[in-house]
Design a protein around this ligand. Structure first.
Ligand code: MG
Ligand code: ZN
Length: 188
């Protein structure tokens, strides 16, 4: 069983451009490459967990996410960082596209994608972390049994703070998040 870092994509791993699927507009957030390399070198598997309701809303086809994943893998490869998984939820309960308009168990704040990734990659959620820029990321991480870090970068605007949504830690950047994880980890 491996420890993992579950990473939100938009606003966390990459700057948030709402519903963008153009690979040319995708860049890593400042410091993300080095931060993830240090986590990879410490033995963490890296897994993206992303809500992609643009599919259900009819803004882009699910197939557009192939290029998004490719671009992110290429960017991470420049830092010698392998990605163990790219998981996304294409659904939204009120989406325009009937086949995707469901109340699913994989859209954050539900933990479905984390649990699926854990099963498919033999990940131990109790030794894993979820990092995201909004409280729905935190809630999904807590429901899966992970420790959680909120990137407090201004993207959360509602602050509905129930105990389930309370981040274990708050940092401003992924570099700081990696430091927190290294400080609180002994997986040797
Ligand atoms: Mg986000
Ligand atoms: Zn879903």
């Amino acid at each position: 069983m491996f420890p993992a870092i579950f990473l939100d994509k938009d606003g966390t791993l990459i700057p948030d451009i709402p519903y963008n699927v153009d690979p040319d507009k995708i860049e890593l957030s400042t410091g993300a490459g080095l931060a993830l390399r240090s986590l990879h070198q410490s033995g963490y598997k890296l897994v993206i967990i992303s809500n992609q309701s643009g599919v259900a809303r009819g803004y882009f086809p699910e197939s557009a996410l192939v290029g998004v994943e490719r671009r992110i893998r290429d960017l991470l490869e420049m830092f010698d960082v392998p990605l163990s998984g790219f998981y996304y939820c294409p659904h939204h309960p009120t989406g325009e596209m009937a086949s995707y308009a469901i109340a699913c168990q994989c859209r954050k704040p539900e933990p479905g994608l984390l649990l699926q990734a854990a099963q498919e990659h033999h990940l131990d959620c109790t030794k894993s972390w979820m990092i995201g820029d909004i409280l729905n990321d935190v809630e999904a991480g807590r429901k899966a049994g992970c420790q959680t870090i909120l990137l407090d970068n201004g993207n959360e605007t509602e602050w509905i703070l129930t105990p389930e949504r309370l981040p274990h830690y708050r940092t401003r950047t992924l570099a700081e998040a990696a430091e927190v994880i290294h400080t609180h980890t002994s997986i040797h």
